[in-house]
Ligand binder design. Structure first.
Ligand SMILES: NC(=O)c1ccc[n+]([C@@H]2O[C@H](COP(=O)([O-])OP(=O)(O)OC[C@H]3O[C@@H](n4cnc5c(N)ncnc54)[C@H](OP(=O)(O)O)[C@@H]3O)[C@@H](O)[C@H]2O)c1
Length: 317
């Protein structure tokens, strides 16, 4: 560690998952790498659990080279929960030993860096697994609801409502006082009802079923699946209050906003605060779909790429 950091007991090398070329899940290898040193504004986390997101396997497969280029070899993983192991310059919010969760860089590892201002204190009664999987979904949910300007009394349509993002969009929207109609397979309809949404099956005729479920009309729509933008624009009568987090091509062609959480859009502090508020109220409901040891990251990617189920996939170093 350099003089610019405060740390205790951090090893020189630790285990990480890395891929050196784009390709199949088998590209993910378990290796020993030097533990990174936090720069100004950063902390080093001893990772207790790391969330697995669909974007991780899309990056590994080389599908996002245009939008999200990474330097190879690359350690995947964008969110984690862990213990602060070292603190960089200009960080006053955190000290070594603090238990935190939020955004991270290279989270599929025993140690990972994080921006100090994209973390929150982990409530003692929130498990490491649950905390690890919250950042991406909560931030995306908060960001999309903010961009869509959803307010109390409105009806929101969520395509992909049983997913990790969709589930938190439903919970945050209902907390705002909105009504939510959400698409999911039958297997997830009970889950959506539990969250307070009206479930609708996807597939042929989905927009007819949505019209039946929301006879008062739909005020705003989120595409968390892809391929639903045109139908949503038609349903709402225009593109202004439709947003996609999956399909920039279809969105752009129809004048619909695509959001990827780039510069100026990030809602981490508000999103983590809202997730903690729901947890404290006892209503946060984001199940754990599966946990895997770090060494089985390839299996975690295979499960994520299936695109069905509910809740978060989590890696345990
Ligand atoms: N742009 C951004 O900022 C951003 C941020 C986060 C995520 N994303 C993207 O958002 C998408 C969802 O992410 P996630 O983490 O929520 O994924 P996830 O947890 O794996 O959930 C996927 C969900 O999609 C549902 N689903 C599959 N086909 C469907 C269809 N035709 N209609 C409705 N629902 C369908 C599945 O439900 P069933 O089991 O019921 O089929 C499943 O619950 C991914 O493509 C991800 O890359 C984008």
């Amino acid at each position: 560690m350099s003089d610019s950091t405060a740390s205790t007991g951090v090893p020189a090398d630790a285990t990480s998952i890395v891929f050196s070329s784009y390709g199949e899940p088998e590209e993910l290898r378990l290796v020993e790498l030097p533990v990174p040193t936090p720069g100004p504004g950063q902390v080093l986390l001893q990772v207790r659990a790391a969330g697995v997101n669909p974007v991780d396997w899309k990056i590994r497969a080389g599908l996002l080279q245009e939008f999200l280029p990474v330097n190879l070899p690359h350690v995947p993983g964008l969110e984690a929960a862990g213990v602060v192991a070292a603190v960089g310059q200009d960080v006053s919010a955190w000290s070594v030993g603090d238990e935190v969760f939020g955004a991270a860089v290279g989270a599929y590892a025993e140690y990972a860096l994080s921006d100090a201002d994209r973390l929150a204190a982990k409530p003692a009664d929130l498990t490491w697994e649950a905390a690890a999987g919250l950042h991406s979904s909560a931030e995306t949910a908060h960001r999309t609801l903010n961009l869509l300007k959803v307010s109390a009394g409105e009806t929101l349509l969520v395509h992909g409502a049983a997913g990790s993002v969709g589930g938190l969009v439903v919970q945050f929207a209902i907390a705002l006082g909105a009504r939510v109609v959400g698409t999911a397979s039958e297997a997830n309809h009970a889950y959506l009802r539990e969250l307070g949404a009206v479930p609708v099956s996807y597939g042929e005729g989905v927009f007819d079923r949505i019209r039946e479920a929301a006879p008062e009309g739909v005020n705003a729509a989120l595409d968390a699946i892809g391929g639903t933008v045109a139908g949503s624009v038609d349903l709402l009568g225009g593109p202004e209050r439709v947003i996609s987090i999956v399909d920039p091509g279809e969105a752009n062609s129809l004048g619909v906003r695509f959001t990827g959480g780039g510069d100026g859009e990030d809602r981490t502090p508000q999103a983590l605060a809202q997730a903690i508020a729901l947890h404290t109220a006892g209503t946060l409901n984001l199940p754990i779909r599966a946990t895997f040891p770090l060494a089985e990251a390839a299996a975690a990617h295979e499960l994520s790429a299936q695109g069905h189920g509910r809740g978060k996939i989590v890696l345990l170093p």
